[in-house]
Design a protein around this ligand. Structure first.
Ligand code: NAX
Ligand code: ADP
Ligand code: MG
Length: 281
């Protein structure tokens, strides 16, 4: 039975911060994506990670995106994703790695994705989104065996990756669960109207949110939130569920006075939303 994902998850996951802590205690998050044409995707993921409260956010992206990133989100650090030495250093020291938003699917992107999939370790958490999911499907790549992996496909991306057609995703959820296990995904966030979050201990469904979220960048923002949440809150399954719930709860609040809710608008309300549930005072 699929249970409803409700606001209780927020109270379970959001924890008051201990006073004697510092940025190193709240996650070193590395976001990899944004080619020359899709830089906005990784910029949106970056602001979502920073606004979620990640201790340190670093972006590995096409060099053309670094100036715009710094102008919009100066809290984030950046490296040129073609700089193999800087990339290897960041890959080694990060706690959470998100790969895929706006990455594109060209040969450079495929090689970069392989570097990430082969380079992650058991101490890290990997979040795979967007173009990275499409490339995994196209090139038959495997998720790493020893790294906790969260995949965030929309239905079209899940169809490519799992070969479960969208109509069967709806009618026969058991096929999706079987493929989640076969593909070695620890948490599957199957994004759609009524997003599902499926992990080995439970299967929950989101029943808030709405078509005011049907705008490019909404998933890139969710991916950045998930990275920021798993970087700072314990238990990545529950932290992912909390991110999925908070993302749509914020959008729904904003939809009261907005026809569409811009993804960057959602991000800007994350700190306020978390504080409405949990304060540091
Ligand atoms: N400003 C930017 O730079 C943006 C960059 N983006 C990036 O562009 C790349 C391609 O992603 P896209 O998703 O746009 O394109 P894709 O071509 O990968 O997927 C979209 C296709 O999937 C189908 N589909 C079926 N069910 C769906 C569902 N429930 N939700 C969404 N689509 C569904 C759509 O009809 C469409 O044909 C990704 O890396 C993504 O991160 C997008 O996020 C859009 C904004
Ligand atoms: N009609 C809808 N109702 C609820 N949520 C929606 C709706 N349309 C889109 N969303 C949400 O918006 C996000 C879109 O993600 P995605 O398709 O990856 O966007 P992008 O890649 O453009 O950033 C998902 O979280 C999805 O659940
Ligand atoms: Mg997407």
């Amino acid at each position: 039975m699929t249970a409803e994902l409700n606001s209780e998850i927020l109270h379970e996951v959001f924890q008051k911060r201990a006073v004697n802590t510092h940025k190193g205690d709240y996650g070193r998050v590395l976001l990899i994506g944004g080619n020359k044409y899709l830089g906005g995707a990784i910029l949106m993921a970056a602001s979502a990670s920073v606004d979620s409260g990640a201790g340190l956010t670093t972006v590995a992206t096409d060099a053309t995106n670094i100036g715009p990133l710094h102008a919009r989100t100066p809290e984030a650090m950046a490296i040129d994703w073609a700089d193999t030495v800087a990339l290897a250093e960041q890959l080694e020291k990060s706690d959470v790695i998100l790969v895929g938003p706006g990455m594109g699917t060209d040969e450079f992107a495929v090689q970069l994705l392989k570097t990430v999939l082969f380079g992650v370790t058991a101490k890290q958490i990997l979040v795979v989104d967007g173009s990275a999911i499409t490339m995994m499907a196209e090139h038959n790549l495997s998720f790493p065996l020893n790294t906790f992996t969260i995949a965030t496909p929309h239905q079209g991306e899940w169809e490519r990756l799992s070969n479960v057609m969208i109509k069967y995703q709806e009618d026969i959820p058991e096929m999706t669960e079987l493929q989640r296990q076969n593909l070695n995904i620890d948490v599957l966030v199957l994004k759609k109207y009524h997003t599902q979050v499926i992990s080995n201990d439970r299967h929950v469904e989101l029943r808030i949110g709405g078509p005011f979220q049907a705008t490019g960048g909404m998933g890139d923002t969710l991916a950045g939130m998930i990275a920021g949440f798993v970087g700072q809150f314990p238990e990545p399954r529950r932290a992912t569920e909390a991110a999925v719930y908070a993302h749509s709860a914020i959008a729904e609040q904003l939809a009261g006075h907005n026809w569409v809710v811009k993804p960057s608008f959602v991000s800007s309300f994350i700190p306020n939303f978390i504080a409405s549930i949990q304060t540091n005072l």
